[in-house]
Design a protein around this ligand. Structure first.
Ligand code: 5AD
Length: 350
């Protein structure tokens, strides 16, 4: 089957037998192309300060109910050491979007220190929003080699239904930032939210075709989950049930695996806000990356992007063991001490 827009929409509509068949095919494609390895990225949400006002996000600038924090450097480094000691191949450093010189410098120094403490073993993914070409370059030179910047929605009209129409939230700037990241040499990751109000299956099919055209190396996408202190909450009557959004997210992962067989696809945390077994189900639908949350517990509840965000403490040996057993009993192997770079990137740049 040619995976053009029309056929992708059909796949996204699949129900019952067809739904299971789609997931099965995606899983087979994954095993064939990238194997049955699952890679861990230790996630540290190191700051919830944000200059943006995205209508869906719980840590938007105008949400005054959030207590703003910056995790001190030594605590971030402790989380990295924890991950490195236990054989995690990589870290993901995520924050709200800031571009102040102090923030840029802070990230820069952090990158150098993480490299030093792990002798360059730990892969580092940054997820700190839109920045200038120069800043992306500076961070790359200091040791970040992957970057996640979700496009959130590739339909421009939809983009402006979920973001304020201001200079600070320009759709064109988001596209440009993705281009800068690509040119700098990062392994490039993007993604969208699934099940947004006003979003059609055609939009989602276009999102997938956009990923293909941009030739991304990694993808993180998950269901939209409403948050009570955000403007988009007012549109919640337009939403599909959480179960339906969850199912649609699995279908998106599966179709993406069929369209781009050798990229890394993360099993998004938001899946677990809907289904406690969401991460494993995403692995069965074609995902191959899991991001255990290593944010120090005191800060965690202030990084609530959406409601029911799992507060799982995964920085303990007991909970890691549980996660490991869950993944292994589903038939996967964990890629301990491997960075788990995107095969697509390796092939693309060889
Ligand atoms: N529901 C689901 N995902 C969300 N994000 C932000 N707010 C929400 C929400 N309400 C996602 C965005 C962002 C990522 C860090 O979290 O896609 O890129």
């Amino acid at each position: 089957m040619i995976l053009d827009k029309e056929n992708i929409v059909k796949l996204l509509q699949s129900q019952d037998e067809d739904f299971y068949l789609l997931l099965k095919k995606a899983r087979e494609e994954k095993i064939k192309t990238v194997g049955n390895m699952v890679y861990f990225r230790g996630l540290v949400e190191f700051s919830n300060n944000c200059a943006k006002d995205c209508y869906y996000c719980g840590i938007r600038k105008n949400n005054e109910k959030v207590i703003r924090y910056d995790v001190p450097e030594d605590e971030i480094l402790d989380a990295c050491r924890f991950a490195h000691d236990r054989g995690f191949g990589s870290m993901v450093l995520q924050s709200g979007e800031l571009s102040s010189p102090a923030f840029i410098k802070r990230v820069d120094e952090l990158l150098k220190k993480i490299n030093k403490l792990s002798n360059g073993d730990l892969g580092i993914t940054l997820s700190c929003g839109e920045q200038s070409r120069e800043i992306y370059r500076r961070w790359y030179e200091s040791g970040a080699h992957r970057y996640l910047l979700r496009i959130e929605a590739t339909n421009r009209e939809l983009y402006y239904k979920i973001h304020p129409k201001t200079e600070n939230h320009s759709f064109e700037k988001r596209l440009e930032a993705l281009q800068f990241l690509r040119e700098t040499g990062y392994q490039l990751g993007t993604g969208v939210m699934i099940g947004l109000p006003f979003q059609s299956l055609e939009d989602l099919a276009d999102d997938l075709l956009f990923f293909k055209k941009l030739d991304i190396d990694m993808c993180g996408m998950g269901p939209y989950v409403e948050h009570e202190n955000t403007p988009l909450y007012n549109q919640r009557h337009l939403l599909q049930s959480p179960k339906e959004r969850f199912k649609l997210a699995l279908k998106m992962i599966a179709v993406l695996r069929l369209i781009m067989p050798d990229i890394n696809i993360a099993s998004a945390t938001a899946l677990e806000a809907i289904d406690p077994d969401g991460r494993r189900k995403a692995l069965d639908a074609g995902a191959n990356v899991v991001m255990p949350n290593l944010t120090p517990p005191d800060y965690r509840k202030e990084y609530r992007l959406y409601k029911n965000k799992p507060g799982l403490l995964e920085a303990t040996d007991a909970s890691l063991k549980k996660l490991k057993n869950n993944i292994e009993s589903a038939g996967y192997q964990i890629g301990w001490n491997e960075r788990g770079d995107s095969k697509h990137f390796t092939r693309r740049t060889q």
